[in-house]
Design a protein around this ligand. Structure first.
Ligand SMILES: Cc1cc2nc3c(=O)[nH]c(=O)nc-3n(C[C@H](O)[C@H](O)[C@H](O)COP(=O)(O)OP(=O)(O)OC[C@H]3O[C@@H](n4cnc5c(N)ncnc54)[C@H](O)[C@@H]3O)c2cc1C
Length: 416
């Protein structure tokens, strides 16, 4: 490598894999001295901590807490932020084409562009269903909820399609947000929700859905979606269910930009890497997060923030190692457990065989995620807000006790 020019490390995507890789790398002395240059390319101006997106529906968290701007997160680091849509990646010429027609040349590339919604061929799906992955999706959902609330109708019906974690969490939060006004339907073509999750998580989820009267439609296919109707097929039966809102959370797929790359991929269009997270034929390119899969891996690494976050640490170390001519390390995924929000202030945490649910689970989940937020400064700001809110609740709780005690005292005075 030519030691005269700075080494260009280009990170594509500012999600869990890209942003965290860039942040880990930014602590390296060679980055601080300017010998290695990091450019982070991302189309949005806000990072999104997706596991807490549901909390914006119920107003438990504010937008700044889970979606800080990159400008704020990267202040004080030497990472160059480039807010652009990536149009093309040329692996052979080591070049990235941006929406403004600029080309970025790189020595090392990190691919962390995630995946996108998987639309299947259901008539009316794209026209009538909302999705729930981004801040824009949340805004559309909030607007629709607001509109439905203004109708002042006594009975609303909301259908969520997809019984994975997103569907379950969204059903519970929407049921709490719309309270008695709406009936929530959770539809899945399989015979159970949360496939692959532990029994403890599934049982807690069934209880949470049941207590919120969420109607489960299992072994059910969606045949068509109209503006105010959803056509379901269950066994031999076809049912027309009037609905006010439909949300599609049934899967993701690779982006076209990734699928057309000239490198080895799985049948589903995921980029194949070796155990050090390098593309098979391009050792200077690292791929991680939802868009990648390690070749010949015995157990599949889940497409989760938890995995992307761990891979980011491995990639940042391997980039430093490759530049410094040191041996690279294989990625070892450590499953720390599962955490699902199951309604307002409620969650299930399952880790190493221990399950914690209810409000305590909700509080522990919130704390665990606060410590996973991207920078120390941001973590502290959110933590301070959280502690203040808890302090307020404790004060209200004791004030309530005091008021009722004083009330009893004065009523006993009059009853004498
Ligand atoms: C609602 C929701 C809740 C979730 N909850 C959990 C949870 O509780 N626990 C958990 O572990 N995981 C959870 N996940 C999954 C988790 O969000 C993903 O696994 C994780 O985000 C993957 O990280 P990534 O970096 O691969 O992709 P992403 O985080 O999706 O990042 C990709 C980035 O690339 C950018 N990008 C894409 N294309 C372009 C382009 N052409 N030009 C410029 N920029 C581009 C995107 O804007 C995005 O910022 C949840 C996901 C969702 C949607």
């Amino acid at each position: 490598m030519n030691s005269k020019h700075p080494i260009n490390i280009c990170v594509l995507g500012g999600g869990f894999s890209g942003l965290y890789t860039a942040l880990y790398l930014s602590n390296h002395p060679q980055v601080k001295s300017g010998s290695w240059k990091i450019t982070l390319v991302e189309r949005n101006d806000n990072f999104l901590f997706t596991p807490l997106l549901y909390e914006l529906i119920t107003g438990e968290l504010q937008r700044w807490e889970i979606a800080p701007t990159y400008q704020k997160l990267l202040a004080g680091t030497s990472i160059k932020f480039c807010q652009q849509i990536i149009k093309k990646i040329d692996l052979d010429n080591r070049q990235v084409r941006l929406d403004n027609d600029d080309n970025l040349n790189y020595d090392y590339l990190v691919l962390g562009l995630g995946t996108q919604n998987h639309w299947v061929d259901i008539p009316g799906l794209k026209d009538h269903a909302l999705t729930f992955r981004t801040l824009q999706d949340l805004e559309q959902l909030q607007a629709k909820i607001h509109y439905l609330e203004t109708l002042e109708r006594k009975h609303l019906r909301v259908a969520i399609i997809g019984g994975g974690p997103n569907g379950v969490e969204l059903s519970c939060k929407l049921a709490d947000r719309l309270e008695k006004q709406a009936e929530v339907l959770l539809i899945d073509r399989g015979n159970q929700i949360l496939k692959g999750f532990s029994k403890g998580v599934r049982n807690a989820s069934y209880r949470a859905l049941g207590s919120r009267r969420v109607q489960l439609y299992l072994n059910t296919n969606v045949e068509e979606i109209q503006e105010d109707l959803i056509v379901l097929n269950h066994g031999e039966q076809t049912i027309n269910v009037p609905v006010d809102m439909v949300v599609w959370v049934a899967g993701t797929q690779s982006r076209k930009l990734i699928k057309i790359l000239n490198c080895q991929q799985t049948n589903l269009g995921k980029l194949l890497t070796n155990s050090r997270l390098q593309l098979i034929d391009y050792p200077e390119v690292f791929a991680l997060g939802d868009l990648a899969e390690i070749s010949n891996q015995k157990t599949r690494i889940p497409a989760t923030a938890q995995a992307a976050y761990q891979q980011a640490s491995c990639v940042s170390k391997n980039i430093a190692a490759i530049i410094e001519g040191k041996p690279l390390k294989s990625f070892n995924y450590l499953h720390l457990g599962d955490m699902l929000t199951l309604g307002r202030r409620t969650a299930i945490i399952s880790s190493y065989g221990i399950n914690l649910s209810g409000q305590l689970g909700g509080m522990m989940r919130r704390l665990a995620y606060i410590f996973r937020l991207p920078t120390m400064r941001h973590r502290l700001q959110v933590l301070r807000n959280f502690v203040q809110k808890i302090g307020l609740k404790i004060r209200r709780f004791f004030r309530g006790i005091l008021v009722s005690l004083l009330g009893q005292k004065s009523s006993s005075k009059y009853s004498k």
